[in-house]
Design a protein around this ligand. Structure first.
Ligand code: AVJ
Length: 320
């Protein structure tokens, strides 16, 4: 059984891109939101990042899930997996397998903004689990949480430290919003990258092969194509820095020299000073006490905390 709900059209996406870019480039300092990294090329580059020796989060999260998926689904008591920001599907399968092993797998709801990619991955999974209901939701979980299918007892997973892209204020809003859409007894599973040495963090976001640099510049290719703009991606340097006070990694693009960019679809001209930065991503790193208090503030109770053997990455399960 396979359904698709579409809460987002390609037209909606273009509208959001226009708004995000117009607001971000008018801000001081300039910003571009990280959700625009992931066109086809950006997704392929991210996939390469996850296999880099310096980028430990994906492997660490996989190890934690591999070791603890059984305990997690037992604590959750769920029969339906909702996956917000569905990734490659490898981590999904570990959770689906654990649910099937308890004979409590009824439904799977993958949620993402890009329909094509999502339906393709979901079709493959549906074929592997013929008795499971697959309900694809093309949606932005930052805006459409209340429109997601509610059937079954849901385990809502947001893996890959995706929530780390939010500011503390954004996290507060997102957690409160999710809490408001979940029924008593349902659970939220977050994958969270943990605070660690500055050296390891910076290496993970500035790899020696330059894949992350190319991923970072890709947002300019996306803006060029989407808004008929003339950014020269190679005229920007990739910069990663650790913000000690806020405990997040920042990625920026730094103009190598003075430049002027035209965004035809916005009827906008933007000037960059030599050395001026555009902030393209924050990637927050977490500590257990802060996570517990943020979840409590949104109305959740923490039911479990699991890590990989190296304690680089955590999975936290919170009940409504
Ligand atoms: C997918 C948002 C979790 O923040 O580590 C990887 C994206 N950026 N390298 C992260 C990313 C640079 C990644 N997230």
């Amino acid at each position: 059984m396979f359904w698709t709900d579409r809460h987002l059209t390609p037209d909606d996406l273009t509208k959001t891109l226009r708004r995000d870019v117009a607001e971000g480039l008018a801000a001081v300092p300039k910003t571009l939101p990280p959700k625009w990294f992931y066109d086809q090329r950006g997704s392929a580059l991210f996939d390469r990042i996850t296999r880099l020796p310096e980028y430990y989060p994906t492997r660490a999260e996989h190890a934690a899930l591999h070791n603890h998926a059984g305990e997690i689904v037992r604590a959750a008591g769920a029969d339906t997996l909702v996956e917000l920001g569905s990734g490659s599907g490898e981590k999904t399968r570990l959770l689906l397998e654990a649910l099937r092993a308890r004979a409590s797998l009824n439904g799977f709801v993958p949620v993402d903004v890009s329909g094509e990619f999502l339906e393709e991955a979901a079709t493959r999974i549906a074929a592997e689990y013929p008795d499971m209901r697959v309900h694809v939701a093309v949606a932005d979980f930052e805006r459409h949480a209340h429109l997601l299918p509610t059937r079954g007892r849901r385990l809502v997973a947001m893996l890959g430290s995706t929530i780390g892209n939010q500011t503390p204020e954004g996290r507060r809003a997102l957690l409160a919003d999710l809490h408001g859409t979940m029924a008593p007894g349902e659970t939220l599973l977050l994958g969270l990258d943990l605070v660690k040495s500055r050296e390891r963090l910076l290496a993970a976001y500035d790899d020696s092969r330059g894949v992350t640099a190319e991923f970072n510049r890709n947002v300019l290719h996306v803006v060029n194509r989407g808004l008929d703009a003339d950014f020269e991606p190679d005229a920007f340097d990739h910069v990663a820095c650790w913000n000690e006070e806020s405990e997040w990694v920042e990625m920026r693009l730094r103009a190598r020299e003075r430049q002027r960019v035209h965004l035809t679809a916005l009827d906008l001209t933007v000037d960059f000073a030599s050395g001026e930065d555009v902030r393209t991503e924050i990637s927050a790193k977490f500590r257990r006490d802060r996570v517990s208090s943020e979840l409590a503030r949104a109305g959740f109770t923490v039911r479990g905390w699991w890590t990989d053997p190296g304690e680089d990455f955590a999975l936290v399960l919170a009940e409504v």
